[in-house]
Design a protein around this ligand. Structure first.
Ligand SMILES: Nc1nc2c(c(=O)[nH]1)N[C@H]1C(S)=C(S)[C@@H](COP(=O)(O)OP(=O)(O)OC[C@H]3O[C@@H](n4cnc5c(=O)[nH]c(N)nc54)[C@H](O)[C@@H]3O)O[C@H]1N2
Ligand SMILES: Nc1nc2c(c(=O)[nH]1)N[C@H]1C(S)=C(S)[C@@H](COP(=O)(O)OP(=O)(O)OC[C@H]3O[C@@H](n4cnc5c(=O)[nH]c(N)nc54)[C@H](O)[C@@H]3O)O[C@H]1N2
Ligand code: SF4
Ligand SMILES: [Mo]
Length: 702
């Protein structure tokens, strides 16, 4: 007779790493709750966690390989699938060379232990420079800034929110996202604690988000002008003599240069452009500088825009010149038990920035990949070096990258495509073969990526709750096999656990007994303490100093000035600016097949200001046509005075109405895709990140 048991694990859906307590009996899940004993999340979960059970039980989820036929799909064995991949990829390589095989890596790869560990082998075996990932529609500018300032893209400063007195959030909505590059489960409680301590939270966003509402103050800013706002804050702080470098004083290069280059960015000059008064900019700057401890945190809205690299750089500069960097209550650095920044050290390595240029648009290679916004160019443009085959691993770029429809057209023209994915969705429908890995509750977990970005040092290993079935394979088994096929080498016998143990033993925590065995004894996780002052030991620049004014950023200021300090052109055909948003009960593109998350009112709406609506005779709830130079969608209008005039907001991750998808619930709640409007030619030219926000659009009644 079976009995009810409890299983503890880390939720790996988003970056928050919440501890879960799952009650189950045999293969049946009774409940999924927050684990009160998890040292980081202390019992918090969000509605999405329940979807882990829904995914496990989803009849639409694929468990074994399928192959496209003339009139649909057929089941095939793993052997047959691998055999066909070997033959077809072999043909592409011998006809066109290795670079004709492209790779796209989606977001869940960062959240799955096995993928984190086995992708490097797979990538090496594919041996193509045509690599792309969701990073360049997301956080690439943060890596870029860290790379040039601290010497490693993974040395990202994390807000020490549990001790700060003042937090400024630019272009982030952690009340909904639970933090990104700031793993902070229960952000709501953490923010309330700042307020209870007498501290202040201030949000800078073109829309008053849930975070904006709960914060002490919200300031509206015009999309894409954050770099100017930050420059004016920095200039004000320097002018008022409030700058200090604190304990990092002898490790910083370029402070004088910062004074010179910010000279012309006065609050007065930028006020009208950013939509914030001179007085407000100055008052905010002074408040920030005078706070006992403060942290400026800039996220999606400040990354996926035309000046993402400058925003992330200036955010670090602001934190550094106010003496907050690497200090309790400021932005600090993690010391994770699996220490990627130290294991994959950059010291003595050549900079990959610009090592290659993309064939069609001449865009720089960075972080060992090209901007995904140009993936379709590389597929669609004929000639030597054209991509003829794609491996898409745990990604849905047709819905997540700019001008998704154009990419879909490109994928259809490929000689061969493989998706490693658990669903037949908007992207994998273009594949010839889909290889589904076991997922979620069937896998073991240790968060290699997000422990590096958490507001506290913790470590936890979760075994699988349910063993996968005999006929399934783990993603890492698929990747390991593909690596063997594509490299011609025998398949290794490594497992995630063997590699995890290797990583744990390579970190500084090994000296105090960290090991997989030890982790197994603590199913709720181990508390490794608050963030520490440690930057001087972790910085990896050539001379060991922080580069405050690296020329790559200084040069990009010219582009900013050319855009905003010359006569502004208004775009008459597309007078509005479109920005994206995240929803509490939705996760990127792939949780919409969970009924409990999509039921209820339609959330895929276009938020617009009442003045804009009344000028265009649009009523709340009415369907409108939203168009850009790229495409058009029909969407329900939601009128609200919580958005700036001239700005429109719609959620990302929807658009399941496309043909050939097999996700019944999602198809019944399709929504429309924001990336049918975003422009693949709009990039942050410095980093190559897509500028998904600030898209010029028009709106009209249907
Ligand atoms: N306009 C606009 N575009 C955006 C954004 C935005 O804010 N606005 N946000 C961007 C951001 S931040 C991100 S991270 C990207 C995300 O971009 P993507 O990574 O391309 O999209 P996801 O929706 O995360 O796709 C995840 C895919 O992985 C599959 N999957 C889920 N679990 C598993 C698993 O265990 N194994 C395997 N093999 N597959 C699995 C899912 O079925 C799905 O197909 O989108 C970006 N695109
Ligand atoms: N519930 C839920 N949680 C998630 C996800 C999800 O899909 N759903 N996705 C996960 C992923 S992959 C990520 S990357 C994180 C993202 O986490 P966040 O960055 O916290 O989430 P977003 O909602 O994208 O927040 C971006 C904010 O920037 C604002 N914005 C847009 N343009 C501009 C601009 O030009 N300037 C300024 N100042 N603000 C601007 C938007 O209005 C929005 O409020 O969330 C993660 N968590
Ligand atoms: S906030 Fe993220 S990690 Fe926490 S329960 Fe929700 S989806 Fe899972
Ligand atoms: Mo993301």
């Amino acid at each position: 007779m079976s009995e009810t048991k409890k299983h503890y694990r880390t939720c790996n859906l988003c970056e928050a790493m919440c501890g879960l307590e799952i009650s189950y009996e045999g293969k049946k899940i009774h409940s999924i709750k927050g684990d009160a004993n998890d040292p980081l999340s202390e019992g918090h979960i969000c509605p999405k966690a329940l979807a882990l059970g829904d995914i496990y039980n989803d009849p639409d989820r694929l468990k074994t390989p399928i192959r496209k036929t003339n009139d649909g799909w057929e089941d095939i064995s793993w052997e047959e699938a691998f055999q066909e991949i070997e033959t077809k990829i072999g043909a592409v390589r011998s006809n066109y060379g290795n670079d004709a095989v492209g790779i796209y890596l989606g977001n869940p790869n960062a959240h799955i232990l096995g993928n984190n560990l086995f992708l490097p082998f797979f990538i090496r075996a594919v041996n193509s420079k045509n690599r792309f990932s969701a990073s360049s529609v997301d956080q690439l500018p943060s890596h870029f800034a860290s790379h040039y300032m601290f010497g490693h893209g993974f040395l990202i400063p994390i807000p020490d929110i549990d001790r700060t007195d003042y937090m400024m959030i630019i272009g982030g909505n952690p009340m909904v996202s639970n933090g990104s590059l700031m793993t902070s489960p229960n952000f709501s409680k953490r923010m309330k604690n700042i307020q209870k301590r007498g501290g202040k939270v201030i949000v800078v966003d073109p829309i008053k988000t849930l975070t904006g509402k709960k914060a002490n103050e919200h300031i509206f800013i015009k999309p894409e002008t954050d770099a100017l706002f930050l420059l004016a804050m920095i200039k004000t702080i320097l002018d008022k003599g409030l700058a200090t470098l604190g304990h990092l004083e002898n490790n910083i290069e370029g402070f004088e240069k910062i004074k010179n280059v910010t000279e012309e960015f006065t609050a007065e000059k930028v006020a009208r452009i950013v939509g914030i008064t001179k007085e407000k900019i100055e008052e905010t700057a002074i408040e920030f500088a005078n706070a006992p401890s403060a942290v400026c945190y800039s996220r999606m809205g400040a990354s996926t825009q035309s000046f993402g690299g400058l925003c992330q750089w200036l955010t670090n500069v602001l934190n550094i010149i106010t003496g907050n960097m690497d200090k309790p209550g400021g932005p600090m650095f993690t010391q994770p038990a699996f220490d990627v920044a130290m294991m994959r050290s950059n010291k003595n390595k050549k900079d990959s920035y610009g090592r290659y240029r993309s064939r069609v648009k001449n865009l720089p290679y960075y972080n060992n990949e090209f901007p995904v916004a140009t993936m379709a160019d590389e597929i669609l443009t004929e000639g030597e070096g054209q991509i003829k085959a794609i491996f898409c691993v745990a990604g849905n770029p047709v819905l997540t990258t700019p001008n998704g429809d154009r990419l879909a057209e490109g994928l259809d023209g490929l000689d061969f495509m493989v998706s490693v994915d658990i669903y037949l969705n908007e992207t994998s429908r273009h594949a010839d073969i889909i290889l589904p890995g076991a997922t979620g509750l069937e896998t073991s977990h240790f968060d290699i990526t997000f422990n590096a970005f958490a507001v506290k040092n913790v470590a936890k290993y979760s075994p699988p709750l349910f063993e996968k079935t005999e006929e399934q394979k783990h993603d890492w088994e698929i990747l390991r096999k593909l690596a063997s096929i594509l490299s011609g080498q025998p398949e290794s016998n490594l497992t995630p656990e063997i590699m995890l143990e290797g990583g744990l033993q390579a970190s500084s925590h090994a000296a105090s007994g960290m090991s997989l065995e030890k982790l197994k004894q603590y199913p709720h996780g181990i508390d490794l303490g608050a963030l520490n002052t440690c930057l001087q030991n972790r910085v990896q620049t050539k001379d060991g100093n922080i580069q405050l004014a690296h020329p790559v950023f200084i040069e990009d200021l010219e582009r900013l000035k050319n855009t905003y300090f010359s006569d502004g052109k208004t775009n008459e055909a597309f007078p509005f600016q479109l920005i994206g948003r995240r929803l509490l009960r939705s996760h990127n593109t792939w949780l919409h097949n969970s009924y409990r998350l999509v039921k209820g009112r339609n959330e895929c709406t276009l938020i617009m200001h009442p003045n804009d609506a009344s000028r265009l005779n649009i009523e709340n709830g009415q369907m409108v046509q939203l168009s850009s130079k790229i495409g058009m969608v029909e969407i329900e209008a939601e009128i609200s005075d919580e958005i700036m005039e001239g700005v429109l907001s719609m959620p990302q991750g929807w658009g399941h109405g496309k043909k050939g998808v097999k996700m019944k619930i999602a198809q019944a709640h399709p929504g429309v895709s924001i990336n049918d409007l975003t422009d693949h030619e709009r990039l942050d030219e410095l980093t190559g990140n897509a500028a998904l926000n600030g898209v010029n659009v028009n709106v009209a009644t249907c």
